[in-house]
Every structure is written in C-alpha cells, then in structure tokens.
Ligand binder design. Structure first.
Ligand SMILES: *Cc1c(COP(=O)(O)O)cnc(C)c1O
Length: 388
C-alpha cells in the first residue's frame, strides 16, 4: 500500500538543522566532548516540594480518572490568585482560565478556533515556530513581522501592509522573547492593544518567560495593559518557571470568549492534564517561591560568564534582562549556519543558527544558559582557542 502524507504535513517548512545534526553525529563518533547550547530545556531539577505534591496526589485514586477538560476548579482558582498577586490582574477562574497540557499545546490548537482556510495570522520572525505551524495546520497563512535590532526586537506594527492588516484575524507575540531575549514595556503593549482594537485582531501573548528575569527586572503581563483583556489572551507555562518541562502543564487566561473557544477545541481533542500534575502545579504556584530566586541567581551568574566571556573575545551580544537565551551576532564573513558549523566542528559547541527561527534571525546564533557555570567557562576558552 502506498502511504501519502497530507498537504498539511508536506507543506511544513524545511527542517534547517539537518546539516548541523549530521555534523553533530560525525564529531560525536570521533569522541568529541560536545557542549550543547542548542536546547532551551532547564537542566536544574523540579523543586522537591512540587515532586512531593505529585507523589501524594498520584496515590489518590480520585486523581486516576479523566480530569475536567478545561482544568480542575482548584488549579484554575490558583492561577487566578497568582495573576492577582503577581500582576494585579483580575481573572474569573470559571470563564477566563483554561488549563493546558503545556502551553505549546494551547498555542498549537488555538488557530483551530479562529482560523478558516486562507485566513491570515501575524507572528514574528524570528519566533517560536509553533505559532506559524499551528496557523498552517488550521489552513491559514502567517505574515511575519521582522524583529530587528534597531527596533529593540519589537515588531513594527505600522509596517504591516494595509491589506494584510485587514485580513489578519489573530497575532502572536512573545515577551520576554525566545529567541532574541528581548523584553517589552507597557508602551509597546499599549500599541498592541490599540492596533488590535482598531483592526479586530485577537492577540495571543506568549508569556512563558515572565518569571525568568535578572537584576531586579520584573516583566509585565500583557493583561496589565488597559483594554488587553478585551482583545486577547496570554499563554503561561510552569515549564521554565519551575523546571517542569517534562510535566506538561500550562494555562491560558484572558477574554472569556477566546478562552472558551480554545476549551471547545481541546474538549474534542484531549481529555485534560493529569490531575496529580495539576495538584503539583498548585503547589508550585502557591507555595514557597524562593526556588525562583535561587534559579534566577544561578542563571544570572551563567549569563555573566557567557556574555562577558563572549564580549571579551570580540563577539557582540547584549546582556539579556530575562529568559535563558543569548542572541549572539555572527562575526563578519559568516552566515548563521556557517558560524554554527564552525563552532560545532572546531570547538564541539552546539548553538542554534538564528535563521532556524525565521529569515530575520539570519546574522545571529542563539546560545542557552541551561548548562553549568564551568561548562560555560569552557565554551569561552574553546572559542578563544579556535578563533573565528
Ligand atoms: C518553552 C516555550 C513554550 C512551551 O512551553 P510548554 O509549556 O513546555 O509547552 C512556549 N513558548 C515559548 C516561547 C517557549 O520558549
């Protein structure tokens, strides 16, 4: 029998890391000790009080049954209290909160609720790839707004062509940003609300990194902006905040009709997150938060080692205020892919070429802070030795 994939799968953007993967395999075979700065997945463990909460909840047979599709009442209430404490934003737990099996799940599914064939969504280049893929899977098209250094890696909404603005149904933004590590201020969010209101565009703000910030900086929620809850929702995740990427728990909050439409999609696809994980999630957001400070203190040290080190050997990179990413300018004479290959083949260092996150990421590589301080010191030594 002949197996034919759908147009949806066949039209996925080409996988840009084939060559890097091949090179990685080649040097691994040679026995090179590879330092992987490619994957944004916390290396530190989930705090033990959260694991204890899971352990206890996993033994309760009441949690072994199908959970509610849209989240346990207790979890959604904990999320609502957290938004009040952390951002002074009021949310009705019954209608303005939905629990997700990781925020990626909600981001990938939400276009199914609003995008018809041929509809347009706005997203950024570079950006988290799931926004575009989710839109494509729903039959829509993405218009990419470039994130440029001269605009502090914020999209220029005024530069989106008028016909695209008219057609656009939704837009995805993400601050603190992956991959550029840029942050947004309330002025920018105000512009977004005005733009969305004027053009009837649903805003989806991905806020996965609001708790990963340094030097006393406290990222804002998009929903703190006047009018934001009228135009949009915000995605959040416990993954990066509490080192829980493997647990698959996140949530979306904001305008009730949007949240409920996402809930409708989900109720036809999945059956909710394991209740024991939701109970552990409640422990994460309600109990002692010093684990976040400790984690951020560690990331701050790593950031200083990596960024100061890279600058000392002549590379150009801004010190991020938030996220565990660094967005490093590629030196003259290299493309993003060429520089990533150089670091890999000559120094055994994996970094992600910026164009893998969209065409406007060309000229950069992304390096993560999810490896220990000693390894990051070694990264600097290795690059110093091989040069560029
Ligand atoms: C890691 C990440 C997510 C996904 O987080 P999960 O909750 O683990 O699915 C979403 N958005 C961005 C920008 C991320 O970097």
């Amino acid at each position: 029998m002949k197996i034919e994939k759908s147009d949806r799968i066949n039209s996925l953007p080409p996988y840009l890391f084939k060559e890097i993967d091949r090179q990685k395999e080649e040097i691994r075979k040679r026995g090179v000790d590879i330092i992987n700065l490619g994957v944004g997945d916390p290396d530190m463990p989930t705090p033990s009080h959260i694991i204890e909460a899971l352990n206890k909840a996993a033994h309760d047979p009441a949690n072994h049954r199908y959970p509610s599709y849209t989240g346990m009442v207790d979890f959604n209430e904990a999320v609502s209290r957290w938004y009040k404490r952390r951002f002074n934003v009021d949310l009705d737990p019954a209608s303005e909160v939905v629990t997700l099996i990781g925020s990626k799940e909600g981001i990938a599914h939400i276009p199914l609720a609003f995008i018809n064939n041929g509809d347009v969504a706005l997203a950024t280049s570079p950006g988290y790839p799931v926004y575009d893929i989710g839109v494509k899977f729903a039959g829509g098209q993405t218009y990419f707004m470039d994130l440029l250094k001269e605009n502090n890696f914020l999209p220029d909404l005024g530069a989106v062509p008028e016909d695209i603005v008219k057609k656009a149904k939704m837009m995805f933004i993400n601050y603190p940003n992956n991959p550029t590590a840029a942050v947004a201020d309330s002025e920018f969010f105000k512009t977004v609300v005005e733009f969305a209101q004027a053009n009837n565009i649903i805003v989806c703000h991905d806020a996965a990194y609001t708790e990963l910030a340094f030097d006393g900086y406290r990222p804002e929620s998009f929903l703190e902006t006047d009018g934001a809850k009228d135009v949009g929702i915000e995605f959040h995740s416990l993954s990066k905040t509490y080192n829980m990427t493997g647990w698959r728990i996140g949530f979306a909050v904001g305008r009730a009709e949007i949240i409920q439409a996402l809930g409708q999609v989900k109720s036809n696809i999945d059956s909710g997150a394991f209740q024991a994980v939701q109970i552990a999630g409640i422990a994460a957001i309600e109990e002692d938060q010093t684990c976040i400070n400790e984690m951020n203190a560690e990331y701050t040290k790593r950031r200083d080692i990596l960024v100061d080190g890279l600058c000392s050997i002549g590379l150009s990179v801004e010190k991020p205020k938030a996220t565990f990413y660094t967005w490093v300018e590629v030196p003259k004479g290299y493309t993003s892919s060429e520089f990533a290959s150089h670091l890999l083949l000559k120094a055994g260092i994996v970094a992600t070429p910026g164009n893998g996150f969209g065409a406007a990421g060309e000229g950069y590589i992304r390096m993560v802070l999810t490896v220990g301080q000693e390894r990051l010191k070694e990264v600097i030594e290795r690059i110093r030795k091989v040069g560029f």
